[in-house]
Design a protein around this ligand. Structure first.
Ligand code: SAM
Length: 243
């Protein structure tokens, strides 16, 4: 298959995203480290520091994949808290569950297969939702943001960590070259699947820029929405509150 992302119909996107993550699940963590030179760990650390999550709280790691955030939040919320790792893809969930079990993260974590567009939780459930490198894969982002807003408790916050628009022009060029020429090659060597990484590069390029995503979050009901550029805007962390 060739993932001609720009030419596919919207309803096919979900199927394509599913194929991509079934294909990369087993080597997902390794690929993350290789592709970002390990820097994704720093972006995730910063996100945790901005989360304000405390003992006893309830956190949703949405599109959580192999559960990097779940592991960290599980320690933060302690036995009296709860973390839900939700993902649409059962291959990613399986790899995540196995990894977390091996890390000894068990008692306060639950796993749910769910689509971000229609979250299967009651209103006002979570103190914090994090969606990390997940939103750009969602077909209807506005619908997903509204769904997240609904399941957040009043006073709760949403953190969106996602690839964004580099704020320095030369960097932007280097980055484009890296995404479209180097990344698919790494994908070919490590998971024998260049197409999946071509899809990822295209989805990164098409993802809304910082101010646009901020506007989308505000539209969905979030208040005091702000963002931080990380690594010169290659990645941005958006945060918004439900009051
Ligand atoms: N959050 C993890 C991280 O930061 O390493 C995993 C990110 S991974 C790049 C993207 C994840 O989003 C995949 O596990 C994929 O299955 C999931 N995903 C894609 N579309 C989704 C949807 N509509 N609802 C929930 N999860 C989705």
């Amino acid at each position: 298959t060739h993932f001609g992302f720009k030419t596919v119909a919207k309803e096919d996107k979900q199927k394509m995203v599913a194929e991509v993550f079934h294909s990369v699940a087993a080597k997902y963590d390794l690929m993350n480290d290789l592709m970002s030179f390990g820097i994704h760990r720093v972006w995730k650390r910063f996100t945790i520091d901005c989360s304000g999550v405390r003992k006893g709280q309830k956190v949703l790691d949405l599109a959580g994949g192999t559960g990097d955030f779940t592991a960290k939040f599980s320690r933060l919320v302690g036995e009296s808290g709860e973390v839900v790792l939700a993902d649409i893809n059962d291959s990613m969930l399986r790899v995540g569950r196995e990894k977390l079990r091996n890390l000894g993260v068990v008692s306060n974590v639950n796993y749910v297969q769910a689509n971000a567009e229609s979250l299967p939780f009651p209103d006002n459930t979570f103190d914090c939702i994090v969606i990390s490198f997940g939103l750009r894969n969602v077909t209807d982002k506005d619908k997903a943001l509204r769904s997240m807003y609904r399941v957040l408790k009043p006073g709760g916050r949403l953190l969106v960590l996602e690839f964004s628009k580099p704020i320095i022009e030369p960097l932007s060029k280097i980055y484009d070259f890296y995404s479209f020429n180097i990344l698919p090659k790494i994908g070919e060597v490590v998971v024998n699947d260049a197409d999946s990484y071509r899809y990822l590069s295209e989805s990164i390029r098409m993802h809304p820029a910082q101010p646009v995503l901020k506007e989308m979050m505000t539209e969905a009901g979030f208040e005091q929405v702000s963002y931080y550029n990380l690594t010169a805007g290659i990645v941005a962390l958006h945060r918004g509150y439900k009051f």
